[in-house]
Design a protein. Structure first.
Lengths: 143, 155, 410
């Protein structure tokens, strides 16, 4: 097995990006750190920079102001990496599809700069923390 | 629940009297329900009426709403009277739909700075005398001159 | 020497997206040495054009839209909206619905304030408080899930009443959880009020005067912690608040410590209110039929955890709003950061901003721009400065930080 993929699967480091979210999904992502779910015991770690990340957790619809910044973060993340769209907004804009300031969803924004990006979807409004953990694990085992 | 009695608390009668005092600058006063009152005025008088409501009555500023009513623009200044629980809304009419403009209240009410910048972004109304008129809520690359809440802009 | 040149830097060059940062705002601070002289805020990252979308939806679809304005005030926004529409219709929901609305909104206030307490602890280096607070938030979220079906975004209000009822079997469970939580919050409040490090760290920091507060039109605990005695629940009673016995908490000092105390004591008041509402819950239907919305205008207000939420609706008799204005409390509270932050040391900016309790922990988007030397302090640097200051004070006083076992009850 490729040593990079091996180290990826053992303890994924994830970086959280807010691309215009209402905050609900983001609070549930932070909830993963707290004692009830405590993802650090599973090896999943939330890091402070995309340069250290194996996976990007992106929440939010992708507003006009955040689109370029999301692409910039994706570029800075070393490959191979997985983009995990957390929440209905990130998967498919949800109730905001007719908003004039919405250019998402996230897969459209990412595929603009990398058509072969690996993208996973965790729908829900917000998705339960258990669903997020399951989504991260599934996404990484698909590599 | 007992409401504590505070010195200088205004009651409904006093509030109504104070609103009557600027009647000459208003075109209409409409009470839509028990605790909601709408004052109508033209844009020329908006600045002085707002100053009166904020400083003299005094009321707490809540927010401004901008509306495109096709032939004219409206700006609603919402105020709260916490002593009585009333919401006093000043409805101002800007008759020039081509080049709408009105005097800003931000110089004496810094709490109105953001909301006027937002109305400018969304409806293109000019606020004369605004201390810091810049883009607020639209993205850096949003095209100039496109005002999303105007009626002619398709949703 | 005063530096007045602001550097324009793209957001990413200034600071990473921090995992604890939930929303994206961009704060640019200008400094003179280590004292803040000016701030600028760039918002827009979260602008989704809600007011425009609302005009394309029907009146009964709008509550689902507005509960997503902000995840943590997700019960207050739809409540303010339906109250505005009910005002236009001139109808009053049944008594039971009013009580259910009250219980859900107060439970939201509980978990929001506790979340905030955790984040504030994190900013000053009390990570124990962060973990503890977020752990004890969970039972409230579980209760909300049992009542409404979701931990957040309850979708429980509709024009004319509520959608989901509180089942009789749940009532003892709610009362039991409130008892447990009350003991824990009382311990935390006592620990905060007694801790000399916190006194030194937070008193006199980030003072927002009452006069500035009125000029910036602030609301909520930010205002009540600056001596401004306002609370929509008392001033313009809605739902069942007029029938419960509770008090408004204020503190005159205006500093960060006052705001911490106001929020913690409000949690205790909320627990009392929930107990009363559950015991007094009247029997009956939870909704009335509303066939159509006549032309008119309505203003609805609710006291969200952060302050007053205000919604204005104009209807022309059709089935969509003609105009829907939404005002979140953070919209007026965040600009007041300018008044409370200027003159502060940069080690205190993260906690000063947190005291405003923006509807996001936007301190991540905080950066210091120093035109002369080209030094930029990003969020991590500011956070470290804040935590280092606490550590320094601890050393000076010769005390240790609160540990998890301090919070355990026998």
């Amino acid at each position: 097995m490729d040593w990079r993929i091996w180290s990826l699967k053992k303890s994924p480091w994830v970086f959280h990006v807010n691309a215009g979210a209402c905050n609900n999904c983001d609070i549930e992502v932070v909830d993963l750190l707290t004692p009830k779910f405590d993802v650090e015991r599973l090896g999943i770690k939330l890091v402070g920079s995309p340069r250290h990340a194996d996976a990007l957790l992106i929440t939010g619809v992708g507003t006009a102001q955040t689109a370029k910044r999301v692409q910039e973060v994706y570029r800075q993340t070393p490959k191979p990496c997985v983009v995990i769209c957390i929440g209905t907004c990130a998967c498919d804009t949800g109730i905001f599809h007719s908003g004039y300031h919405v250019v998402g969803p996230i897969d459209k924004i990412i595929k603009e700069i990398d058509p072969n990006a690996i993208i996973a979807y965790v729908p829900g409004c917000p998705p339960k923390p258990e669903a997020m953990i399951s989504g991260i694990v599934k996404a990484l085992s698909a590599l | 629940m007992k409401k504590e009695v505070r010195f200088e608390k205004m009651n409904e009668k006093e509030l109504k009297n104070k609103l009557e005092k600027i009647k000459d600058k208003l075109t209409k006063i409409e009470q839509t329900s028990e605790k909601r009152i709408f004052l109508y005025c033209e844009s020329e008088n908006s600045h002085s009426v707002n100053k009166y409501l904020f400083e003299e009555v005094p009321l707490r500023f809540v927010i401004e709403t901008g509306i495109d009513s096709v032939d004219y623009f409206e700006i609603l200044y919402h105020y709260a009277c916490d002593d009585t629980g009333w919401v006093v809304t000043l409805k101002t009419f800007i008759r020039d739909h081509e080049k709408p403009s009105i005097e800003s209240i931000a110089p004496f009410l810094p709490g109105a700075e953001w909301t006027e910048r937002e109305i400018h972004d969304e409806l293109g109304i000019e606020f004369k005398g605004h201390p810091n008129m810049r883009r607020l809520i639209l993205s850096d690359d949003w095209p100039e001159g496109v005002y999303p809440l105007r009626k002619e802009v398709p949703k | 020497m005063k530096k007045t040149v602001n550097l324009h830097k793209p957001v990413l060059a200034v600071g990473p997206f921090h995992p604890l940062q939930e929303e994206m705002e961009y704060f640019k601070l200008t400094v003179d040495g280590e004292i803040v002289t000016d701030i600028d805020v760039r918002i827009s990252y979260n602008h989704r054009g809600m007011e425009g979308i609302s005009e394309t939806l029907q009146f009964d679809q709008v509550p689902y839209l507005v509960s997503r304005i902000c995840g943590i005030c997700s019960a207050s926004h739809p409540l303010a909206y339906v109250q505005a529409v009910e005002e236009i219709c001139g109808i009053k929901p049944p008594e039971r619905a009013l009580y259910v609305r009250t219980i859900i909104n107060e439970m939201e206030r509980l978990h929001s304030h506790i979340l905030w307490a955790g984040l504030a602890g994190h900013f000053i280096g009390y990570d124990t408080v962060f973990m503890w607070a977020w752990k004890y938030r969970e039972p409230i979220l579980d209760l909300l899930e049992e009542i409404t079906g979701n931990r957040n975004n309850y979708g429980n209000v509709r024009v004319g009443g509520c959608r989901e009822d509180i089942q009789e079997e749940l009532k003892p469970k709610i009362l039991d959880e409130m008892d447990k939580l009350e003991k824990k919050i009382e311990m935390l409040t006592k620990a905060v009020l007694d801790d000399p490090i916190l006194h030194m760290r937070l008193k006199g920091v980030g003072i927002l005067s009452k006069e500035d507060g009125i000029r910036y039109a602030i609301t909520g605990p930010t205002a009540r912690g600056s001596g401004i005695d306002i609370d929509v629940r008392r001033d313009d009673p809605y739902a069942a608040y007029g029938e419960l016995d509770w008090k408004v908490i204020t503190a005159p000092e205006g500093d960060v410590f006052a705001k911490v105390v106001v929020r913690l004591l409000e949690v205790l008041e909320s627990i009392k209110m929930i107990r009363q509402a559950v015991k007094k819950l009247p029997k009956g239907p939870i909704t009335t039929e509303v066939k159509e919305i006549p032309p008119g205008e309505g203003c609805g207000r609710a006291e969200a955890p952060r302050g007053e939420t205000f919604h204005y609706i104009r209807s022309d008799g059709g089935n969509r709003p003609v105009r829907h204005k939404m005002r979140a409390p953070s919209y007026v509270n965040v600009p007041s950061f300018k008044a409370s932050c200027i003159g502060q040391h940069i080690a205190d900016v993260t906690i000063t901003l947190a005291a405003v309790d923006p509807c996001y922990s936007c301190t991540e988007r905080l950066a210091v721009v120093d035109g002369h030397h080209n030094i930029v302090h990003d969020y991590d640097a500011l956070l470290k400065m804040s935590r280092d200051k606490t550590a320094r004070l601890k050393k000076e006083l010769g005390l240790r930080e609160l540990k998890m076992k301090d919070f355990e009850i026998e």
